[in-house]
Design a protein around this ligand. Structure first.
Ligand SMILES: [Zn+2]
Length: 112
């Protein structure tokens, strides 16, 4: 299950990360620094900016990560999603609000 989720994440990461052309650009930048045409600070600032954009982009993505193995809805047999309620997390039918099926999460019943 974890490896499937990791695979989805890799697919979602912008192609730029895995692009060998990106490495070439970095190497070129390093040559520029060596030649004194680019300061190290400017290079680092560029990287920081680029990574910040990347993180922002990834944060906005909705990953189709396989849902952790949850129960199926007792009413309509659909898959269920973890939701947070007033009394803690519980499983809610993925067809909510059309279907009101819920299943308590076992971990939390121990707490009382
Ligand atoms: Zn249901």
């Amino acid at each position: 299950m974890a490896s499937a989720a990791a695979h989805t994440l890799i697919e979602a990461v912008p192609a730029a990360v895995a692009d060998p052309g990106m490495t070439a650009i970095w190497e070129q930048a390093l040559d520029e620094i060596e030649a004194g045409r680019l300061t190290l600070d400017a290079f680092v600032a560029k990287q920081v900016n680029w990574i910040a954009q990347l993180v922002e982009h990834c944060g906005a993505l909705t990953l189709a990560v396989p849902v952790e193995a949850g129960p199926t809805c007792p009413i309509c047999n659909a898959s269920m999603r973890r939701r947070k309620g007033k009394s803690g997390p519980f499983w809610s039918c993925s067809h909510y609000p059309d279907c009101k099926g819920t299943v308590p999460i076992r971990k939390d019943t121990r707490r009382s």
